[in-house]
Design a protein around this ligand. Sequence first.
Ligand code: AKG
Ligand code: FE2
Length: 220
Amino acid sequence: MKQQSLALNGLLGSETKAEPETESLLLKGRRSAPQVTWVKGYLAPAQQMALLREVQGYPFESPEIQVYGKRHRIPRSQVWFADAGCDTRYSGLLVKALYWPKYADRLRQKLKRDFNLQSNGVLVNRYADGKESMGWHCDDEPEFLAGSDIASITLGATRDFIFRDKVTHEKQTFALQSGDLLIMHWPMQDRWEHALPKRMKVEETRINYTFRQVTPHYFD
Ligand SMILES: O=C(O)CCC(=O)C(=O)O
Ligand SMILES: [Fe+2]
C-alpha cells in the first residue's frame, strides 16, 4: 500500500501543529501541511469485488433538479446510507437516510480503524460512463459537522478528480483508480472546490463512496 500525503500548493495558514520543517516551508509560502491524503490501492481486489457485487442491489436514483428555470436529471445516480436521523441534502433536495448495507458499513468501520475517520453517512455516486459527471462544488453544507474530514473511495473506472483554488483558480488533478482512497481534511473545503468532469472516452462505470459526518436530526 503506497500512501502519499499531499499539500495543495498555495494553501497557507491552516496548520497549527506544524513540524519545524513544515513550518519553515510555510513561512517561505511554498507549501502547507497536507490537506489531502491519497492512499493508492487502499482496497484489495477482493474487497473491491465484494463492494461492487453489493452495489448491484443499491436503490440508486437520478433526481431531476431545476437549474435556471429548466428541469433536468443530475448527470449521475446517487444513494445516501446513514444512521437513523442523519438525513442530508444534495442538489438542493432533502434525502432521507437509508440503512447501511453490510459491506458499506464494513468499509466505514475500516476507515475508522485505519484513520480514525468518523462518519455517520455515505453518499454513493454512480457514473455510468465518462459522459456522467459532477460539477464544481465544495462539501460545506450546513448539516456537515465542523472539523470532520471527508473520505472518498473509488471503484471501477479511473477518472480525473480536480481541485480548484477558489481564489487563484489554480488546479490540481488526481487520476483516481479503483481501490484508491482520498481523504479531504477539514477545513480544506473553505479554500478549495472540486469536480469530476466528463471524460468522453471513458466507457466503464465508476462508483464513488463519499463518507461524511452530518449533524443528526438537522432537518427534523
Ligand atoms: O465522485 C467523486 O469522486 C466526487 C464525489 C463528490 O464530490 C461528492 O459526492 O460530493
Ligand atoms: Fe464533493
